[in-house]
Design a protein around this ligand. Sequence first.
Ligand code: PSV
Ligand code: MN
Ligand code: MN
Length: 389
Amino acid sequence: MTVVRDAVKAALKAQRIETPSWSYGNSGTRFKVFAQSGVPRTPWEKLDDASKVHEFTGVAPKVSLHIPWDRVEDYAALAAYAKERGLELGAINSNTFQDDDYRLGSVCHPDPKVRRKAVGHLLECVDIMDATGSTDLKLWFADGTNYPGQDDIAGRQERLAESLAEVYARLGEDQRILLEYKFFEPAFYTTDVPDWGTAYAHCLKLGPKAQVVVDTGHHAPGTNIEFIVALLLREGRLGGFDFNSRFYADDDLMVGSADPFQLFRIMHEVAKNGGLRTETNVAFMLDQCHNIEAKIPAVIRSVMNVQEATAKALLVDRDALTAAQAAGDVLAANAVLMDAYNTDVRPLLREVREEQGLHPDPVAAYAASGWQERIASERVGGEQAGWGA
Ligand code: PSV
Ligand code: MN
Ligand code: MN
């Protein structure tokens, strides 16, 4: 039992969770953005906030950037700034959805000039990766159509494939494309990368440096996400996660808040199928917006939620599970999973943190650190970062 516990602790200490720069900025719905005090005004300040999440959790050293929201003159300097704070720059997220030119799409647009502009942006993102040392180019396309007949469905797939191939050819040795899917929004009739199957088909054509990203908020209600995870891992094409919670659509709420059991089921498939091994290179990223709650504590809480689900997944008695499955003992197999899920892993995680020299309660430690008060008083003037900045 101690051996198991030690192995679980070691796996928890080794796990890395990447936080998104946009979770630190102001965000909202199409109805209202509620500005908060102390919100970063620049990518540099977003890194300062991310460093607090890492300081108190010990497992969040990577930060995803979004271009052009995090545009700076000197990306190498931004990477150096991150390094000074114990951070690394993670995935570079492209943005081909905020220009007027993209009304009918970006890489799937019927006009070659618009496709050229979109591909140009993606290539620029790879240049930025060269400067920051980032290995992951995360692509999410808002492309699709609203009305039957609006455009040629297969033709758009062809344009997508051509655009992706050009970007793939530009990747360096250690760089990869993480292709994200979403079943609808902003397009409502067809979406050009609506599901894991479409993303997987494109990745297969591209080659081994293209993998699928599973954003947990991007599925139709009732979709069995853990099945997708198991399948992609088996095929070597699970590049990573964009973790968040949803009740309805792309809600981007804190991961593990709406359905912690689903998160556990996902992490069980990850753990069981080798997804926690460093060499499998699954990026555990958050993709969240904190519209009404305090941002840094929400990111800390989210990291902890992923850790709790991971700990429970690691506690699954695999031998007992395999034996029950082989014996066709449905109830016993299910009970093994439920036992792990119903375990209170918070004491174990407190121990893990103490062994790493951290405060056992990251949320309390952050609250006591005075950082929130400091940024609220110091970050005055200038424009707070938000969606699109
Ligand atoms: C839009 O749906 C989205 O939420 C995608 O999940 C991307 O990962 C994210 O925006 C950042 O571009
Ligand atoms: Mn996402
Ligand atoms: Mn999304």
